[in-house]
Design a protein around this ligand. Structure first.
Ligand code: ADP
Ligand code: MG
Length: 323
């Protein structure tokens, strides 16, 4: 590695740590998991041209690269502690790295995560973050665990990030103020870590919504061996998205858009009041959107009902009425 790259690591990726025995600067890092906890590990890669535009703002990329990983910790009900960062850069562009690390480290500090190592190499722009966290032994949230009769819940609102993408691709026209709102949801999502922790012992299953509600709820159903029925009118949409709900692009964004980084989870009916009370303690809106059902072979796993009660038919990322 060129000296300038060592200098970049020293300057922008070497920071004081809070939960770490040995961080950046050796051949590997050393951490200790607290007694009675499990180590929770996940990685997410962002590839230029696939997950973001090549000329994307580096500060926003730094934020998002960590945010999508924190979201996986949230979905597991884990406390994020450590991250590693593997970066391929076309050139040792100091300004780019400086701004990237600003976005990354601001979110790391906010969520009390130590950057403990990584790799920096020359190559087509590619960002790979590995996140590690702690979960009380036996208390992590899983995709499996939903039972017939459980409520299905979603945090925040869905679809704004995908609506911004639709606007970027000129599939829909939004006002500048609407673009600002949706762009923030796309570029700087705030992972629901606090909510994930609060759901331990309440939720029967959980996942973060990164690929769209239908796909991600589908994973819960597959892993849990159950079916579900949800109500379109109950799916939480922002004021902006609601204005466009008569448009296919907005409806698809809401149900199948992705990049939301909200939590979708299930819980027994008996937990309803407790979950509603989490809104004030976590300051995150939670909305009940449907119910888990037992699933019979050769019937649809997931039924989405329109406001008139008619089931929607899902067609290539969007949907329409049956018949
Ligand atoms: P090695 O040759 O052992 O892989 P490197 O020279 O790649 O070591 O890295 C030196 C130190 O800097 C290591 O502690 C490594 O974890 C850390 N490091 C390298 N790149 C990054 C990065 N992008 N972010 C954080 N730490 C990094
Ligand atoms: Mg290395």
């Amino acid at each position: 590695m060129a000296t300038s790259e060592f200098e970049l690591i020293r300057r922008y990726f070497t920071h004081r740590t809070r939960h770490t025995l040995l961080g950046v600067g050796d051949d590997a890092a050393l951490v200790k998991v607290r007694p009675g906890h499990d180590l929770v590990i996940s990685a997410d890669m962002l590839v230029a041209g696939r997950h973001f535009l090549r000329n994307a703002e580096p500060r926003l990329l730094g934020h998002k690269a960590l945010a999508v990983n924190l979201s996986d910790m949230a979905a597991m009900g884990a406390t994020p502690r450590w991250a590693t960062l593997a970066l391929a850069l076309p050139a040792a562009d100091t300004n780019w790295v400086k701004n990237f690390s600003r976005g990354f480290m601001a979110l790391a500090r906010r969520f009390d995560v130590d950057l403990i190592g990584g790799d920096t190499t020359r190559g087509p722009l590619n960002i790979c973050v590995q996140i590690m966290g702690e979960a009380k032994s036996g208390k992590s949230l899983r995709r499996a665990g939903a039972r017939a009769g459980d409520d299905i819940w979603v945090s925040g609102t869905l679809g704004d990030a995908a609506l911004e993408l639709a606007a970027l691709k000129r599939r829909i026209t939004l006002t500048p103020a609407e673009r600002t709102w949706c762009a923030a949801r796309l570029h700087t999502p705030i992972p629901r870590v606090g909510l994930g922790l609060a759901l331990r012992g309440l939720a029967s299953s959980a996942i973060d919504v990164s690929d769209g509600l239908l796909a991600d709820l589908g994973h819960i159903l597959d892993c849990s061996g159950v079916g579900a029925e949800i109500h379109l009118a109950a799916v939480p949409a922002s004021a902006v998205l609601q204005r466009y709900l008569d448009r296919v692009a907005a409806c698809s964004a809401l149900l199948a858009g992705g990049d939301d980084y909200e939590l979708c989870f299930t819980a027994p009916r008996a937990a309803r009041r407790k979950i509603e009370r989490l809104e004030s303690s976590t300051r995150v809106r939670v909305t009940r959107i449907g119910e888990i059902r037992s699933h019979r072979l050769r019937t649809p796993r997931l039924i989405v009902r329109a406001p008139d009660g008619v089931p929607l038919r899902v067609v290539r990322g969007g949907y329409d009425h049956f018949g």
